[in-house]
Design a protein around this ligand. Structure first.
Ligand code: KG4
Ligand code: ZN
Length: 338
């Protein structure tokens, strides 16, 4: 008999539901929240209210697109953390109620582990062990993955995440939130002719807060000379900032490969949708004879498909949780969560 999973993701500002049969994604629906644009960032209160409105229609749509009736589901998976508490609670409570009413088991999923395992949504899959650079709005990590449910963080950011570096730069430049995709688009028309410093951080750790400060000072100085500096040089500024963020990420990946000897290298998370990062990794792969893995766009940014893929591995291991489960806003891969 086949296994049918419903997966729910609500950790930040996207409400998403997916249906999987035997680990294969049949539907993966996402409701984005445009309401945050006006505030230049995600407003937790606004996000949780929108999840409440969106969750029933998104789940209905995912079931309908998959051609599955909820009475046929084998289990319900949900993001338990990390994320915004108010947002997580909506998904966790919904999953608990539905599992209770259908009398089926529940599977908790770590959102960051799911970004890594998004690579198993579609072939080609990396083989173990592999390294995964997970770059999102809240995290920047290099993860050593030894088995589907065995992974360890070997490097992480000491301050801002890579996605935050894009979004905060966008705010300084007067761009909408989230600025990552906008900077990516503008950078294609520009030249990386301004130089921003690469932080000197030991080991496999990252830092992006200094970059934000140097951009701020650079623009302040330039605008004193020419108040129209940003408007006249927007595409080149975007190309330069993106170039530096990507080089910080890729240089640490090179170091991680040198240190671990692992040459299967993947990227994941919202920032892995960035065209310069994708092209840069492919180029490095060719130069250094690595096998590189880049997820399809629908599996880069937050989506329930990746939650379902992770849950499938847990279903096979019979890792279920009880109705006493609660959301955890902080949950480092490999720990218990808090
Ligand atoms: O993984 P994700 O959807 O949500 C979190 O778990 O945080 O990542 C969102 C982040 C945002 O910071 C957004 O600006 C960034 O991913 N992002 C991009 C691109 N698409 C999304 N950053 C750079 N280039 C892109 N094309
Ligand atoms: Zn994410």
């Amino acid at each position: 008999m086949s296994t049918l999973l419903l997966a729910i993701e609500s950790s930040c500002d996207d409400t998403s539901a997916a249906v999987l049969r035997d680990g294969v994604v049949l539907s993966n629906c996402v409701a984005n929240q445009d309401a945050h644009r006006a505030y230049g960032g995600v407003v937790p209160e606004v996000a949780s209210r929108a999840h409440q409105v969106n969750i029933v229609p998104v789940v209905d749509l995912a079931l309908q697109k998959a051609g599955v009736d909820k009475s046929d589901l084998s289990a319900i998976a949900f993001t338990r953390g990390p994320g915004l508490m108010g947002s997580l609670i909506v998904g966790v409570s919904f999953a608990k109620s539905l599992a209770l009413s259908l009398d089926i088991p529940m599977i908790e999923v770590n959102h960051m582990q799911a970004h890594v395992l998004a690579h198993f949504a579609e072939p080609p899959h990396p083989t173990f062990p592999f390294l995964c650079l997970t770059v999102s709005g809240g995290h920047t990590q290099i993860v050593r993955v030894t088995a589907p449910l065995e992974m360890e963080i070997i490097g992480h950011t000491r301050d801002d995440a890579a996605g935050e570096a894009f979004d905060k730069t966008g705010k300084i430049l007067g761009l909408d939130y989230p600025a990552g995709p906008i900077i990516d688009r503008l950078a294609r028309e520009g030249t990386a002719r301004f130089s921003f410093p690469e932080p000197n951080i030991p080991d496999l750790d990252f830092s992006f807060s200094g970059l934000k400060t140097s951009i701020l000072y650079f623009l302040k100085k330039k605008r004193k000379e020419n108040p129209q500096f940003i408007e006249e040089n927007l595409t080149d500024i975007c190309a330069s900032v993106q170039d530096r963020i990507v080089s910080i990420l890729l240089n640490k990946l090179v170091l991680a490969v040198e240190r671990t000897g692992i040459t299967e290298v993947a990227i994941a998370g919202g920032v892995s949708a960035n065209s310069a990062l994708r092209a840069g990794l492919q180029q490095l792969g060719k130069e250094k004879a690595w096998r590189t893995f880049i997820p399809a766009f629908q599996f880069c940014t937050d989506n329930a498909g990746m939650i379902g893929v992770t849950a499938h591995f847990k279903y096979l291991a019979q890792e279920f949780v009880s109705q006493e489960v609660s959301a955890v806003p902080r949950w480092k891969i490999g720990s218990e969560g808090a």
